[in-house]
Ligand binder design. Structure first.
Ligand code: PEP
Ligand code: MN
Length: 353
C-alpha cells in the first residue's frame, strides 16, 4: 500500500531540521510555562510535553491527563508555539482535539500494538491534524509501516515518523539502540515521509544528545524532537536525558547541516568508484562460490559432512581480526562472512543432492 501524504509544513527556521522541544512530562503549570517561555525565547516553534505517560511499572508518574491540557493551551496563547502531545487511546485523541493541540504523536509502546493503533486511526477519521508515529519498541520495520498505513488509511495526510531507537535486553551505551538502517530503510520505502529523530530516548543521557542530533542530520533526517526541561535534575520522568533550553540552544547552534542533494562532480566520480568496487566484490564472491562448490564435490566423494564447525570458527575469527586491522568493525566482518558461509553451505547442499 502506498501512503497518500501531504507536506507536514511544520515551522522551521531553515529548510531543515524542524525542532520540537519540551519536557518529557507536563508536571505542573509552572514547569510547563517556565520551560515553554525559555524555549520560545530561544526561537523554538513547537512545544512537546507528555500529558499521559506510559510507564513500565505501576506507581510512577503517569501524567496529569486532562488537567494538563489547559497548560498546553496557555503555551499556545502566550508563546505562539504549536503544541504536541502523545496520544495512546481514542479518549486521548478526543481530548487533545477538544483542547486544540496542534500535533499528535503515537508513542513507541502504542505503535507496537496494531489494535491500539487501529483504535487511534478510527478516532482520527475525518480529522485534519499532523500525526507523528514513533517506531515500535521492537526493531520491526513492517510494524512501523503498518501503523503508518493504519493512520493514513483513516485519512490523515500530514504525517511523519519519529525514530526513537529500539529496546534491547543488554543495554550498552544507548538506552535504545539506534539501528539507523531501519529508519534509512523506512526512507527508502516511503521517500516523501518526513522522519524526525528523538535523540533523548535513543541516548537516555544528556551527553549523547549532541552527537545523536549530528548523526541524524548526517543521515538526512528532517526533524528533531528533544526533551528539554527548565530544571532537568528535578524532572519527574526521564531526568537523565533532559537538558535545559539553554543547553538545547547550544546543541542546536553547533549542528552542521549538510546539503541533502549532491551535485558536485567529485561525488559522481566517487560513486563511480564505489560501483566498480562493488562489481569486483560480486565477481570475487562468485569465484569464491565456485571454489566452494568444488569443495562440496570433494566432500561428497569422500563422505564428509558439509559444515565443518572448526573450519567455520577459524574463518570467522581470522576474518574478524583481519577486518579489525584494516579499520573495519570485527562484528561487521563477522556478519558478512556468516552470510557468505550460509550461501556456501546452500550451494554445497545443491552439489550434494
Ligand atoms: C516520550 O516521548 O516521552 C516517550 C514516552 O517516548 P517513547 O514513546 O519513544 O518511549
Ligand atoms: Mn520521555
Amino acid at each position: 500500500m502506498e501512503l497518500e501524504l501531504q507536506p507536514l509544513n511544520l515551522p522551521s527556521d531553515n529548510p531543515r531540521p524542524f525542532i520540537i522541544a519540551g519536557p518529557c512530562s507536563a508536571e505542573s503549570e509552572e514547569q510547563v510555562m517556565t520551560t515553554a517561555t525559555q524555549l520560545a525565547k530561544k526561537g523554538c516553534h513547537m512545544f512537546r510535553a507528555g500529558v499521559w505517560k506510559p510507564r513500565t511499572k505501576p506507581g510512577g508518574f503517569e501524567g496529569h491527563g486532562e488537567k494538563a491540557l489547559p497548560w498546553m493551551q496557555r503555551v499556545r496563547q502566550e508563546t505562539g508555539m504549536l503544541t504536541a502531545i502523545e496520544v495512546a487511546t481514542p479518549e486521548h485523541v478526543e481530548l487533545a482535539l477538544r483542547y486544540g493541540i496542534d500535533i499528535l504523536w503515537i508513542g513507541a509502546r502504542t505503535t507496537a500494538n496494531p489494535f491500539a493503533v487501529q483504535a487511534l486511526a478510527d478516532a482520527l477519521k475525518g480529522v485534519d491534524v499532523p500525526v507523528l508515529v514513533k517506531n515500535p519498541v521492537n526493531p520491526d520495520l513492517e510494524l512501523w509501516i503498518g501503523a503508518l498505513e493504519r493512520i493514513n488509511g483513516a485519512g490523515i495526510r500530514r504525517m511523519g515518523a519519529i525514530h526513537r531507537g529500539f529496546s534491547s535486553y543488554d543495554k550498552k551505551i544507548y538506552r535504545n539502540l539506534p539501528m539507523w538502517q531501519i529508519p534509512i530503510e523506512l526512507h527508502r520505502r516511503i521517500p516523501n515521509l518526513p522522519i524526525a529523530c528523538d535523540p533523548s530516548h535513543i541516548g537516555g543521557r544528556r551527553d549523547l544528545i549532541a552527537p545523536l542530533c549530528q548523526q541524524a542530520m548526517d543521515m538526512g533526517m528532517d526533524g528533531l524532537i528533544i526533551e528539554s526541561h527548565c530544571n532537568p535534575d528535578a524532572a519527574w520522568s526521564d531526568a537523565s536525558q533532559q537538558v535545559t533550553p539553554d543547553i538545547l540552544d547550544y546543541i542546536l547552534s553547533i549542528l552542521v547541516i549538510r546539503d541533502k542533494v549532491v551535485s558536485t562532480e567529485n561525488i559522481v566520480a566517487l560513486r563511480k568508484q564505489i560501483d566498480e568496487i562493488d562489481d569486483a566484490l560480486i565477481d570475487l564472491l562468485a569465484k569464491r562460490m565456485r571454489v566452494s562448490r568444488e569443495i562440496g564435490q570433494y566432500k561428497k566423494e569422500h563422505g564428509m559432512t558439509i559444515v565443518q564447525t572448526s573450519r567455520y570458527s577459524e574463518i570467522l575469527d581470522k576474518r574478524g581480526a583481519q577486518g579489525s586491522l584494516m579499520g573495519i568493525g570485527a562484528d561487521c566482518i563477522k556478519q558478512i562472512f556468516e552470510s557468505i558461509h550460509e550461501e556456501s553451505v546452500r550451494q554445497q547442499v545443491e552439489v550434494m543432492k
